[in-house]
Design a protein around this ligand. Sequence first.
Ligand SMILES: NC(=O)c1ccc[n+]([C@@H]2O[C@H](COP(=O)([O-])OP(=O)(O)OC[C@H]3O[C@@H](n4cnc5c(N)ncnc54)[C@H](O)[C@@H]3O)[C@@H](O)[C@H]2O)c1
Ligand SMILES: [Zn+2]
Length: 347
Amino acid sequence: MTITVDLGARSYDVAIGDGVRRGLKDLIAKRAPKAQVAVIVTSPSLRAQPWFDFETGISQHVLEVPEGEDAKTLQTVEALLEKIASLGLSRNDILIAVGGGAVTDLGGFAAASYLRGIGLINISTSVAGQVDAAIGGKTGVNLSAGKNLVGAFHQPLGVFCDFETIATLPERERLAGMGEVAKCWLLEGRSAKDLGSQTSSELATMAVALKARIVSGDEREGGERALLNYGHTFGHALEVLSLAKSKDELRHGEAVAIGLSFAAHLAHALGRVGAEVIANHNAVLDFFGLSYAAPRDFSVEALLEAMSHDKKAHHDLTFVLLGANGFEVVTGIDPDVVAKTIESFRG
Ligand SMILES: NC(=O)c1ccc[n+]([C@@H]2O[C@H](COP(=O)([O-])OP(=O)(O)OC[C@H]3O[C@@H](n4cnc5c(N)ncnc54)[C@H](O)[C@@H]3O)[C@@H](O)[C@H]2O)c1
Ligand SMILES: [Zn+2]
């Protein structure tokens, strides 16, 4: 199955399914016919996986970056760019990022920066990456002041979402990725009742199709793309606060799952939706096996503070909420209503 991200001259295909990574050589021949060298950027643990068997049809080098989120730094980018430069890559050559969102964000940023931009192909190996991070052209790294504060828009030449790579993904990562899939199901206005008939491949395709459609209409997040932040205002606040406590406390997708249920509660508290919307959100999360019990460790004040510092909130309480007009970005929400909703939500 192929889904196209439609961006005029920068359009590209997302290939989804078992074994799709084997189409890499053909994609390079089609989208980067002048490329003579490919660097494959990945982490050591991913390089050791049985599915790491890439054939580019041109001269290829594997460059390793350190594992996980900690590697998403300017220092890692610099070291990577030095290696790329030492291999003498030209503007016609390409970078292939193989990994979860951390590697595709980092590799994508290196591709966006080297010689002011070389071709990028994402081979996404996590659920969160396949349905979200690898698609849409956002690349970047973290600063000590916060996540994803430095980056560039750089659309790939193609994306591979190969389900065979998911076989080795740790269960907790798989489940956390389902937080984004649940978000997409809810954004599509679908009922929990219809989930039973869906295969995991159909669900992934639904999520990729939604992201592709939204990015095609709003590449740089001037409008509709912001809807993809559904569940992320409260979720991101929980993630930031829990990260400050311990690294292993809460995955992004787990925090988003809680944020989705919270967004339904808040929409209800604001009189925008009926109680059945809360019930449907919770039933969707139940289906995926995602918890929506908010941790009680953080004060309401700390949560409000974290939410109003959200870089997308422009120092104001901003949520994506459902209402009579469907999903929309709602700004300037009364902090008292949010505070009361946090209290009742946590029970
Ligand atoms: N660019 C975007 O639009 C966008 C969107 C959402 C998230 N992100 C970014 O994506 C990152 C999160 O992505 P993630 O959840 O994929 O995390 P991740 O890349 O850190 O991967 C999670 C863990 O799973 C391991 N892993 C990945 N694939 C594997 C596989 N097939 N087999 C075994 N282990 C595997 C990784 O090595 C890592 O330890 C964050 O940095 C986030 O900021 C970017
Ligand atoms: Zn997210």
